[in-house]
Design a binder for this molecule. Structure first.
Ligand code: XIL
Length: 410
């Protein structure tokens, strides 16, 4: 109980608005992650003097605000994609594993011999080699989790009504978290512990808090969330533990997020940061909606991380606000919107103006991919670098937004 109390207090301190008052673990960590890199870039570009030389990289432009991260894939962390590696190292402070640490990648088969750490080890080694802030993604999710996890040894689906089934699933979750988080203890600094557990329904009258179709929810209810955070904290007491979800800009889902996190906080569950995926399109979220959502979420007193930023510019992608993996195939139809590059630049500029407004509480902004060719929504050309790795108009817009933000030159 005492331990849990400490965690909650510490997480609150993590949102210290100045980042100067209390040198808490998170602030130290994030600053440390940047300063190592600052030394190198400073040497080449004199980037620390924002006033005299315009920074040309993302990480320099936001040096005083928040670290900038990117999700990377196997060809990047193994060094095959040399072009991609050059961009990652030049532009970003932090990395997230696009797929390498998901359950089906790291733990494809049951049992203690069922783990495969080849990709995850290479991912972490890449981050260490380049002195980056390293994120782990993700421990409990309904997607990219092998079917055996939710079945008994004979392939029978585990049932909520069966106590032995529930105990088996909890045991598996415990072993997975202990093994994976434990292996990278002190090396992965931030974990997405629970991903996308909230009910997606778009109506306020839909009172289900959690995603009923998730096998985690179906079999264990909210217990898996509580346990996942507790076990992750046991496995690495220094890691920052996030709850991560998409479309939390929309009011019904945001209200559910706030209710869930308040419930966890009341139980002293060590949830330490909110991850907002922010899979956007050209018009959603508007600046007003993003601002309102961040303001609302700030009442939780936790740091906010933008975890999977991209802006879908496909025609069909303008109709959907879902980042549900299964719904992002239809979101690709119709070609790219007219004047897509200009509109992307406008939307990216608008989102970053809001992030900067909330920079007291935003502690990390991560893009979901390096170039348009790598992106999970490549049809929507959603990133700052084109398929060849050249910076797009939206890249310049993001840099300009950083430079023009009020109160930057102090
Ligand atoms: C996506 C990856 O980018 C794809 O390569 C993979 O095929 C499916 O998952 N929310 C998340 C991410 O939390 O893990 C998802 O990543 C995108 C939506």
């Amino acid at each position: 109980m005492i331990l849990r109390k400490t965690v909650v207090t510490e997480a609150k301190v993590g949102s210290d608005p100045t980042g100067r008052g209390v040198r808490n673990r998170e602030v130290r960590l994030l600053l440390a992650g940047c300063s190592v890199l600052a030394g190198a870039t400073l040497f080449f570009s004199g980037c620390a003097t924002r006033e005299t030389a315009a920074p040309t990289t993302l990480k320099d432009a936001f040096r005083k605000d928040f670290p900038i991260g990117v999700a990377i894939n196997q060809r990047q962390f193994t060094g095959q994609d040399t072009n991609g590696v050059a961009i990652i190292v030049a532009q970003f402070d932090s990395i997230s594993p696009e797929n390498a640490l998901k359950w089906d990648s790291v733990h494809p088969r049951p049992g203690t011999n069922g783990y495969n750490f080849a990709a995850a080890d290479a991912y972490v080694a890449f981050g260490e080699k380049h002195h980056m802030l390293i994120v782990g993604h993700t421990l409990a999710w309904h997607n990219q989790t092998p079917r055996w996890v939710f079945q008994d040894a004979n392939g029978r689906p585990l049932q909520r009504t069966n106590a032995a089934d529930r105990a088996l699933l909890l045991q598996r979750l415990h072993d997975h978290i202990q093994t994976v988080v434990g292996r990278y203890r002190g090396r992965i600094q931030i974990w997405d512990v629970v991903n996308e557990a909230l009910n997606d329904g778009g109506s306020l009258s839909d009172t289900n808090l959690l995603r009923q179709r998730s096998p985690w929810v179906r079999i264990l209810g909210d217990e898996f969330i509580v346990k996942a955070f507790e076990w992750a904290h046991e496995a690495d007491p220094d890691a920052i533990l996030r709850y991560n979800d998409y479309s939390i800009e929309n009011e019904p889902k945001r209200k559910r997020l706030i209710a869930l996190i308040k419930m966890l906080q009341a139980e002293h569950v060590p949830v330490m940061a909110i991850g907002s995926q922010t899979h956007a399109n050209l018009t959603w979220p508007s600046a007003e909606l993003e601002d309102a959502a961040l303001t609302d979420i700030e009442q939780l007193g936790l740091p906010i991380h933008i975890t999977e930023l991209d802006v879908n510019a496909s025609q069909a992608g303008q109709r959907s606000q879902s980042a549900d993996v299964s719904q992002n195939v239809p979101a690709g139809g119709g070609g790219v919107a007219d004047l897509a590059n200009q509109k992307l630049a406008g939307q990216y500029g608008s989102l970053f103006r809001v992030f900067l407004k909330h920079r007291k509480n935003i502690k990390l902004v991560t893009f979901w991919g390096v170039t348009d060719r790598d992106s999970w929504r490549s049809f929507g050309k959603p990133l700052l670098f084109d398929g060849e790795g050249k910076p797009k108009e939206c890249f310049q817009a993001v840099i300009r937004t950083a430079l023009n933000a009020p109160g930057k030159l102090n």
